[in-house]
Design a binder for this molecule. Structure first.
Ligand SMILES: [Zn+2]
Length: 417
């Protein structure tokens, strides 16, 4: 096939060559005008182009009686559709006979400009767009299957092998450190010798590559095809290592998945165990609470009993016959010779007992101690009934406290018995 090499030489006018002469004759015959100079202006390119290697032949080719041949009779690959704008007759010419005039008319009409305004560049572009896409189509028809098979066979290996290994990073999916791989975008070394080719996937159809050939050309360039063929050949010896690498990673993922399942199972079991333990514990709660209450009461009773014992001990001590030293010291401080009757509670009894000990040993009292002492005596005064009764009974001495009064009354009445 000559689809890639076929160059389209654009001519403005037909000449005196054999095929040109035939074309001039045929076009004039199909026109309204009866001379070529006028007839040629009746014709325009439609913009439709078809390449003979394409699978789907359009109607405008199949309906023609000279497929693969120009109107002049010459064999062709590219079919350009032309139309006579005066009588509607349609024809097909080859690339040798699609002259720029036909194209210029088409462009002028399409863009609604004068013929003189259409540039050579626009004509070139018109041709490139049509022939370019056909080249890709032609290429695919001839090489598509081979390319696709090779590409599919090696694309995974390409992104595994044609890379640079960079720094390590922690890969969350594989849960370990991995080397970051970056696709090699430019090859290095000499082809077939010390060659590190650029990634085939990168060059062909990597979504991150704005210049991927699938987008810019529609079919791979020669270099990419050569590299693909080379890599495809090399891939056979590389495959065991690649498969082992792939399998290790698959196994790793499977292992992690298993671990996850096991961990989840353990978590569920532990949760169930905790739930059952909680139920068991909750069952025993009333009994535990009852025991705790009983124990609290028991402890409180012990504490009260000890308190009471202490109180009673201090009261007994305070009731002992005071020493002379103690009596003298009380007199010295101007306080009654106090006994257990002055104590309203355990704390007071303990305090009074400590003061009594101090005074019995001729120890000085601090201001704070004297204040506390006076407060205890004032806070437990006798009632007026007690005072009156005691006076009636003939007691003439001091009546410092309620307890003293009760004790004294009992004493006197006891004596009276
Ligand atoms: Zn021709």
């Amino acid at each position: 096939m000559n689809y890639q090499k076929e160059e389209i030489k654009m001519r403005r006018e037909l000449g005196n060559g054999r095929w040109d002469k035939i074309l001039i004759k045929r076009m004039t015959e199909l026109s309204v005008a009866n001379n070529y100079e006028e007839a040629k202006e009746e014709w325009i390119a439609t913009g439709d182009v078809w390449w003979a290697g394409s699978a789907d032949m359009p109607d405008w080719v199949s309906n023609s009686n000279h497929q693969n041949h120009c109107l002049c009779g010459h064999g062709i690959v590219y079919h350009f559709r032309i139309r006579n704008t005066e009588n509607g007759v349609e024809e097909i010419v080859g690339s040798d006979h699609i002259n720029s005039y036909l194209i210029m008319r088409q462009i002028a009409e399409e863009k609604n400009v004068n013929l003189a305004e259409v540039s050579d560049e626009q004509v070139e572009l018109w041709l490139k767009e049509r022939v370019g896409s056909m080249k890709a189509e032609a290429w695919w028809a001839e090489n598509g299957d081979a390319f696709t098979n090779m590409f599919d066979a090696v694309k995974e290996m390409d992104v595994w092998h044609n890379v640079y290994e960079k720094e390590q990073y922690y890969d969350a999916k594989y849960r370990r450190y991995e080397y970051r791989k970056v696709l090699r975008k430019k090859g290095r070394g000499t082809f077939g010798v010390d060659y590190d080719m650029a990634s085939i996937v990168w060059r062909w159809n990597h979504p991150d590559n704005p210049k991927a050939q699938i987008k810019t050309r529609g079919f791979p360039n020669e270099k990419l095809m050569m590299d693909l063929s080379l890599f495809f050949a090399q891939s056979h010896s590389m495959r065991p290592a690649f498969e082992a690498w792939k399998k290790e990673r698959e196994d790793r993922l499977e292992f992690l998945e298993q671990q996850k399942i096991i961990a989840e199972q353990k978590r569920k079991e532990a949760a169930e165990k905790a739930r059952l333990a909680q139920i068991e514990w909750d069952k025993g709660a009333p009994e535990r609470e009852r025991k705790a209450r009983e124990e609290a009461i028991r402890q409180e009773n012990i504490r009260k009993k000890r308190e009471q014992q202490k109180f009673e001990r201090h009261q007994r001590e305070l009731a002992l016959t005071p020493s002379e030293t103690f009596s003298n010291m009380c007199e010295y401080y101007g306080i009654p010779i106090f006994d257990e009757s002055f104590a309203g509670n355990a704390w007071e009894a303990e305090f009074l007992m400590s003061i009594r000990k101090k005074l019995s040993n001729r120890k000085e009292l601090s201001t704070a101690q004297l204040n506390s002492l006076r407060k205890i005596m004032v806070e437990n005064p006798p009632t007026s009934n007690q005072v009156n009764y005691l006076r009636d009974l003939g007691w003439e001495g001091e009546i410092p406290s309620k307890k003293f009064a009760s004790k004294k009354i009992a004493e006197i009445l006891g004596k009276g018995d």
